[in-house]
Design a protein around this ligand. Structure first.
Ligand SMILES: NC(=O)c1ccc[n+]([C@@H]2O[C@H](COP(=O)([O-])OP(=O)(O)OC[C@H]3O[C@@H](n4cnc5c(N)ncnc54)[C@H](OP(=O)(O)O)[C@@H]3O)[C@@H](O)[C@H]2O)c1
Length: 153
C-alpha cells in the first residue's frame, strides 16, 4: 500500500525511542513533516537525526517538552503550533502491588498517560477542524482490556 502524506504535518509524542520512534520514521517515510518529542534536548536531537537517517527525509524537527506538565506541553505547542496528525504515543507502565500504589504515583500515571494526550488534543484539534482535515491517534495497551493485577495503574 502506498501512503502519501507529503502535504501533512505530524507530531509523535514520546518518540525518542521505541514504538513512537518507529511511528515517526514511518510517517517521515510516507512524506509527512514530523516533529519528534521527548523530555530532553540532547535525546530529542539525537532522535531527530536517527529519524532523518532511517526515513531519508530532512523534514524532521525537534519538539522538546515534558508532556506530564502544563509547562512542557506549552513548550511543545510553542515549538509546533499546529499539526494535521497528532500521535499520542507517550505512555508509561510498570509493575507494582495494586494496594501499595500511593496517590503521588496514581497522579503521575494520570498526568503522563491521560492528561498528556488531553492537553495536546485541546491545543491541536481546533486547527484540524478549521482546516477540515485531521487525525488524532491515542495509543493504549491491551493491558487496558486484559488487565494484569500488577499493572492496574
Ligand atoms: N512496549 C510495550 O510492550 C507496549 C505494550 C503495549 C502498549 N504500549 C504502549 O506503547 C506506547 C509506547 O511504548 P514504548 O514501550 O515504545 O515506550 P518507551 O520505549 O518506554 O519510550 C518512551 C518514550 O516516551 C518518552 N517520554 C517518557 N516520558 C515522557 C514525558 N513525560 N514527556 C515526553 N516524553 C516522554 C521517552 O523519551 P525521553 O526519555 O527521551 O524523554 C521515550 O521516547 C506507550 O503508550 C505504551 O503504553 C507499549
Amino acid at each position: 500500500m502506498q501512503i502519501d502524506l507529503s502535504d501533512r504535518t505530524a507530531l509523535v509524542t514520546g518518540s525518542t525511542q521505541g514504538i513512537g520512534h518507529a511511528i515517526a520514521v514511518g510517517l517521515a517515510r510516507a512524506g509527512a513533516w514530523v516533529a519528534v518529542n521527548g523530555r530532553g534536548a540532547e535525546r530529542v536531537t539525537e532522535a531527530v537525526e536517527r529519524v532523518r537517517t532511517e526515513s531519508g527525509s530532512d523534514d524532521v524537527v525537534p519538539a522538546v517538552g515534558d508532556l506530564a506538565t502544563e509547562e512542557g506541553a506549552a513548550a511543545v505547542v510553542d515549538a509546533v503550533p499546529g499539526v494535521d496528525i497528532l500521535v499520542n504515543n507517550l505512555g508509561i507502565f510498570g509493575s507494582a502491588a495494586p494496594l501499595e500504589i500511593d496517590d503521588a504515583e496514581w497522579r503521575r500515571y494520570f498526568e503522563v498517560n491521560v492528561l498528556s494526550a488531553i492537553r495536546l488534543i485541546r491545543a491541536y484539534l481546533p486547527g484540524m477542524t478549521d482546516r477540515g482535515w485531521g487525525r488524532v491517534l491515542n495509543l493504549a495497551s491491551d493491558s487496558a482490556v486484559v488487565i494484569p493485577a500488577e499493572m492496574i495503574h
